[in-house]
Design a protein around this ligand. Structure first.
Ligand code: PBG
Length: 325
């Protein structure tokens, strides 16, 4: 049936009719707020590349988690910035390192908050790579036990979920084994499975002080051009025991999110990364876009593509705006 019997505008006429016909909805519970945390007391160090964000001491991170929780945001994701870096990234798996401390502080203050711990060595190594360096290269297999130790330390501190972002092969299996052996068989792994070597991580690396000191990450992160390989990475991580998987970045990779949604039943996360956030903030600061509408449209697009939840630096603002809608 075509015009004049079919009139698409009938269901767009009033806000009530539009709400009935709305296919995709986003809720604050689906949003995961990344937090950068430091081993200090009562400190907030601004991160110019990520406006409105800051590196937070444990007390400040707990405060931020409480604000997020009050707005309905379900999860926070922690990235630790240690006071000391070395070649082995030892601060990353220290039981009393920055992330375990902050996990404990957040859990004391907001026990219901789902606390995610990112597992990777790049913020903790002096060379800035995501694994150990042997003969000038990132040594995959030597890195695995360290990632497993980090995951154990975070689980012991009370993390609800660990999220390996290092892109070493076999890390999901190694972390699963480490968690199970340590008495943490109940802690889920969300794997950054399809993670591209992306220019969109620039603002994050500045905020986390984690840019590689030599070379780049193309030897372990994926080529942005590869759609089939992304699905293979996801399949392998699920076989190794990942409970949920991630596509990262989000906006230039919506096709991968859609493919993954159609191929797999596991929960799919999308990471609306730092460069995506910084572009929106810069354009908004110039008055070129309507930030609120742009952000909600972006988040809706990512969920429409097939993501179950979104890691986003817009989480706090978006949750506020969703409350007001
Ligand atoms: C650590 C890690 C990175 C991001 C998340 N975990 C940086 C990188 O891989 O270089 C990027 C997140 C963002 O840009 O928002 N491996």
């Amino acid at each position: 049936m075509t015009f004049p019997v079919h009139r698409g505008r009938r269901l767009r006429r009033t806000p009530g009719l539009r709400a009935l016909a709305q296919e995709t909805r986003i809720t604050p519970e689906q949003l995961v707020a990344p937090l950068f945390v430091i081993d200090r007391e009562r400190q907030k160090q601004p991160t110019p590349s990520l406006p409105r964000h800051a590196r937070l001491s444990a007390d400040q991170a707990a405060e931020e988690a409480a604000s997020l929780h009050a707005l309905g945001v379900g999860s926070v994701l922690l990235f630790g910035i240690p006071s000391h870096k070395d070649a082995e990234g030892t601060a990353g798996y220290d039981e009393n390192g920055v992330v375990p401390k902050v996990i404990r502080a957040i859990k004391r203050r907001v026990p219901e908050m789902v606390v995610w711990a990112d597992v990777c060595l790049c913020e903790y190594t002096d060379h800035g790579h995501c694994g150990l360096i042997r003969n000038g290269e990132v040594d995959n297999d030597a890195t695995l036990p360290l990632l497993a130790r980090a995951a154990q330390a975070y689980a012991r501190a009370g993390a609800d979920l660990v999220a390996p972002s290092d892109m070493m092969d076999g890390r999901v299996a190694a972390i699963r084994e480490g968690l199970d052996g340590g008495g943490y068989s109940h802690i889920p792994i969300l794997a950054y499975s399809a993670k591209s070597a992306s220019a969109f991580y620039g603002p994050f690396r500045e905020a986390a002080d984690s840019a590689p000191k030599f070379g780049d990450r193309r030897g372990y992160q994926m080529d942005a051009a590869n759609r089939r390989e992304a699905l293979r990475e996801i399949a392998l991580d699920l076989e190794e025991g990942a409970d949920a998987v991630m596509v990262k970045p989000a906006l230039a990779y919506l096709d991968v999110i859609r493919d993954a949604r159609e191929r797999f039943d596991a929960p799919i996360a999308a990471y609306n990364v730092s460069g995506e956030y910084a572009m929106v903030k810069a354009a908004a600061a110039n008055g070129w876009i309507d930030e609120r509408r742009i952000v909600l449209e972006i988040l809706t697009g990512i969920v429409r593509a097939g993501a179950d939840f979104i890691l986003t630096y817009h989480a706090l603002d978006a949750a506020k705006w969703l409350k007001e809608e």
